[in-house]
Design a protein around this ligand. Structure first.
Ligand code: F6P
Length: 323
């Protein structure tokens, strides 16, 4: 192995730049060359591949987004698209890959390895934290802190106007963001895809006899919750409780941007460096994560299909602290 290709794919996440930097610097430290593939699998197909040296990744550790850019590629789903991608890798003498992204990105790396034998390592990059094989994903810590900052601001208005605010946070299939910010933001309810009883708990919150009268409430909902998003819930609650003053806020993509937190920069730096070491050790088709503060390798198959669950104790904690 002489040249590693690195790319970011799927939704951007704060800390991706720090991860690329760590891949580049660790590879150079070990005498390898590094190429950056722009716009993920799209750039692989369209030959958007650049040389990276230690200086190319200077002054990016603090930047959000991904300087390599990212995309979702329909062409890569076809055998012809993948063949073009592989031919471009060969043209650039790339003989191993580090892929930073989520499940879909891992699936792309898996199929490249199966069809062409090129060693691939996956790194978990998504704000959702829903990837199997790591306690935390790159971008999650920044995203929850960004969401929390907004929730604290909303709380000021909720309190001043004695309103109920329903705040929708990201999390297409999972409630990691919603549950953590509900606990950290002192919310009265968290609606997450993993908890089927959550709507009843919210109703109980407004119905409970003898409950101390609260003049305002914050309810957090994950965008993927089966009850619907913030606007749907606002309508439902208004119909049930016409006397309440209810407003909803969708935080949206503000949660994806911004300078990565210290935790995300450190996680990304560790994982980027470990990815190169894994390739040097002859590993392939695994993701690198951190579990209980130790480096953890997970085969692509398991990383893609394994389900990471929210901690039921945290669901209970959110409920207890909302009384
Ligand atoms: O997977 C990260 C994520 O931000 C999800 O939380 C969200 O549902 C999705 O990406 C949004 O994707 P897009 O930016 O393509 O609309």
């Amino acid at each position: 192995m002489k040249t590693i290709g690195v790319y970011t794919s799927g939704g951007d996440a704060p800390g991706m730049n720090a991860a690329v930097r760590a891949v580049v610097r660790t590879a150079i430290y070990h005498g390898l060359k590094v190429k950056g593939i722009k716009r993920g699998y799209e750039g692989m197909i369209h030959n958007e591949i650049i040389n990276l040296d230690r200086q190319s990744v200077a002054n990016i550790i603090q930047r959000g987004g991904t300087f390599l850019k990212t995309a979702r590629s329909a062409d890569f789903m076809t055998p012809a698209g993948r063949k073009r991608a592989y031919n471009n890798l060969k043209k650039h003498d790339i003989d191993a890959l580090v892929c930073i992204g989520g499940n879909g990105s891992y699936a792309g790396a898996k199929v490249l390895n199966e069809e062409f034998g090129i060693p691939c390592i996956g790194l978990p990059g998504t704000i959702d934290n829903d990837l199997y094989g790591t306690d935390y994903t790159i971008g999650y810590d920044t995203a929850i802190n960004t969401a929390l900052d907004s929730i604290d601001r909303i709380r000021d208005t909720a309190h001043s106007h004695e309103r109920v605010f329903i705040v929708e946070v990201m999390g297409r299939d999972s409630g990691f963001i919603a549950l953590d910010v509900a606990i950290a933001g002192g919310a009265e309810g968290a609606l997450i895809p993993e908890d089927q009883a959550d709507w009843d708990k919210v109703l109980k919150h407004f119905n409970r006899p003898g409950k101390r009268k609260k003049s305002f409430s914050i309810i957090i909902v994950a965008e993927g919750d089966e009850q619907g998003g913030a606007l749907v819930l606002e309508k439902k609650l208004t119909e049930l409780y016409p006397d309440l003053k209810i407003r909803s806020t969708i935080l949206g993509h503000v949660q994806r941007g911004g300078s990565p937190s210290a935790r995300d920069r450190i996680l990304a730096s560790r994982l980027g460096s470990e990815a190169v070491k894994a390739l040097l050790d002859g590993k392939t088709s695994v993701t690198v994560g951190i579990v209980s503060d130790k480096v953890n390798y997970t085969p692509f198959e398991l990383a893609i299909n394994g389900k990471k669950s929210v901690d039921p104790e945290l669901i209970e904690l959110a409920e207890i602290l909302a009384i």
